[in-house]
Design a protein around this ligand. Structure first.
Ligand code: AMP
Ligand code: MG
Length: 357
């Protein structure tokens, strides 16, 4: 299949949205920018289109898709029940980077929901996403537009790298803003529950609905006893090709420990990537050092994270060591993605030198 790539700007908006809507209506796939990451969209009411999405991504078919809508009212036809908490959160955060889980309406195929009786819905705020969704007039099922397991795409170039020849069209709307996927909140139960952290933080949600719970899988400890409620959270995700390790400790301790690792790697002729902060980058002697942002500005870290992971892939590093970032508020989402990229592999600075390469 030949993948059409269209740059979307003011003067091409009408033609490109019409072309994309046409592809969706006949069951094809179009990747497009949202404020979080690029999505890979297909008609969410068409089971065949959903199957094509799973095939294009190589995504396990038990990992449900998020429906994207242009208008709050559309949610009423897609959810069989909208709880009070759901309504309040929609009113406050839509359009925006918040996905809500509702009981699904009958017309949504199980192929779209990965066999679940619930459905994930989001109304993106990105002007290109909004224009495309309005033109299509359909709920568009759209997971992130990466091959399953790879870092989510934040640029059309990333989408092309993974999806060229596998989908009908890529709409290039430039670099996305936030850079990590939406916050997912289950509003089907008594207490709204965060299934995946994102730009909309626990505190922001609590301001609107009072009590909020966090699914234990968010902290990263997915094992036999912790089964995540968002099926996608159980897979190693967002991951670069090289193994990655997060290194905890003070800036100086991390730099000192990694410099010892770098010395050894140089002796062994190994290419090491260091995912560094602005504050610490100057301390590393050797390796492929990439600055992802400042410890004081996690918005910037999130914005750059997936692009930097993909750059390490292009440079073919054999192992990546990363500093730890955040933990609180939006930092919860940043750490969650970093830990997933590292397959939950976190070590103390003192252990870095002994870490198997
Ligand atoms: P992606 O679109 O690639 O960001 O992935 C969508 C995420 O939403 C995955 O982690 C899914 O497991 C999660 N998700 C989608 N639908 C549901 C649902 N009905 N219940 C729980 N999680 C869901
Ligand atoms: Mg994804």
């Amino acid at each position: 299949m030949k993948t059409i790539i269209r740059v979307i700007q003011k003067d091409t908006m009408e033609a490109v949205t019409a072309e994309a809507a046409e592809i969706w209506k006949r069951g094809g796939l179009v990747a497009f920018p949202t404020e979080t990451v690029y999505g890979l969209g297909g008609n969410g009411l068409d089971p065949e289109a959903s199957k094509k999405i799973y095939a294009a991504k190589g995504r396990p078919s038990d990992n449900p898709l998020i429906l994207h809508i242009a208008d709050r009212k559309q949610a009423e036809g897609l959810a069989s029940d909208i709880s009070e908490a759901g309504r309040l959160l929609m009113e406050r955060f839509w359009p925006g980077p918040l996905t809500l889980i509702f009981p699904k309406a009958k017309n949504i195929p199980l192929e779209t929901t990965g066999g679940l009786e619930t459905v994930a819905i989001r109304m993106p705020s990105h002007p290109v996403a909004q224009a495309l969704l309005r033109k299509a007039g359909l709920p568009i099922a759209a997971p992130s537009a990466n091959l399953s397991g790879r870092p989510s795409p934040t640029l059309a170039r990333d989408v092309k790298e993974d999806m060229d020849g596998r989908i009908d069209m890529i709409v290039d709307g430039g670099e996305v803003g936030i850079g990590v996927e939406s916050t997912i909140v289950d509003v089907t139960g008594e207490v709204p529950t965060i299934l995946r952290p994102g730009y909309i933080t626990e505190e922001m949600l609590r301001d609107v609905v009072g009590r909020v719970a966090v699914d234990p899988a968010v902290a990263g400890s997915v094992g036999a006893e912790v089964k995540p409620k968002a099926p996608g959270m159980k897979y190693r995700h967002y991951a670069p090709k090289a193994p990655m390790v997060l290194v905890e400790g003070s800036c100086d301790a991390v730099a000192e420990a990694l410099n010892r690792v770098l010395e050894k790697a140089e002796r062994d002729g190994k290419k090491i990537g260091i995912l560094a902060s602005e504050e610490n980058a100057g301390q590393y002697r050797g390796g492929v050092v990439k600055v992802v942002g400042s410890h004081k500005n996690l918005d910037c870290v999130a914005h750059n994270l997936y692009r930097v992971l993909r750059e390490f892939d292009r440079e073919e590093v054999e192992m990546i060591y990363s500093e730890c970032f955040g933990g609180q508020a939006f930092g919860q989402a940043v750490m969650n993605r970093l830990k997933k990229a590292a397959g939950q592999h976190v070590i103390r600075a003192e252990e870095a030198a002994e870490n198997e390469m």
